[in-house]
Design a protein around this ligand. Sequence first.
Ligand code: FPP
Length: 277
Amino acid sequence: MYSADTLRIDELPAEERAVYATLKLDRLPEHVAIIMDGNGRWAGHRSLKRFLGHQQGANSVQLVTETAARIGIPWLTLYAFSLENNLRRPRAEVNFLMRLLKTYLENNLQRMLDNNIRMKYIGRTHELPAEVQEKMCWAEQATARNTGTTLTLALNYGGRSELVDAFRSLAAEMKVKHLRPEEISEEDIHRHLYTADMPDPDLLIRTSGEMRLSNYLLWQIAYTEIFVTERLWPDFRGIHLLEAIADFQRRDRRYGGLGEGCGEVEEDPDRIKIVAS
Ligand code: FPP
């Protein structure tokens, strides 16, 4: 966790500071994941080309990331480009998204450094165009020593393909170490995921109102709280992240157990007669 002197609350805009002041600081999520959706609709509502929605969406990425960094969220993981986007969108849109990513990294590196943000990526990034990979590497290396928020961009990412990759590498390890299937644990699977060094997300935000997981972090979100907002991603700002965190803090997380205040079972359950229905 962050120490108070690394936080930069005074840099939050006044309206964000007001929401921040309502939060329980000992219950901030450690890891927030976001499905950024609605760029196309945002553009469509304004009779603009979809590209302009993506461009505006890149602006939201930076603003939301900076709010997360200022309040000390250790991990922020954004779904920036799925395997399905890569396979199913028109080539012109995919090419634009690749160019946008490159420009985004070039233009925002200094802001990442100023905000102590470390950049990482998950997904089959080796399949992206070489010049995009070079720029990604450049930004990752330049921010590697930063100690604040880790911003992970999921690029050419799919939850099922992540599991396939994890099982392939686990199978290879089993062969070398002569392990038997019954020796495999959940921890072994976790070690082979792209997210092996991260905690699971506490909070998953999805913009634009769709009630879908869209193949995002399927293993990792087993006990994640989900927050869906109608707001389209290009309109999403730091204040909306803070509001989602406030909502998250009102939830009673149970992990399959009993919630707070439900700890005591008053009667001896063995004495309760089960009535067949
Ligand atoms: C969904 O909008 C969004 C994406 C395809 C991925 C997110 C991309 C960005 C926020 C832009 C750039 C990001 C970076 C990191 C530079 P959609 O096109 O599916 O919207 P729609 O459902 O309204 O059509």
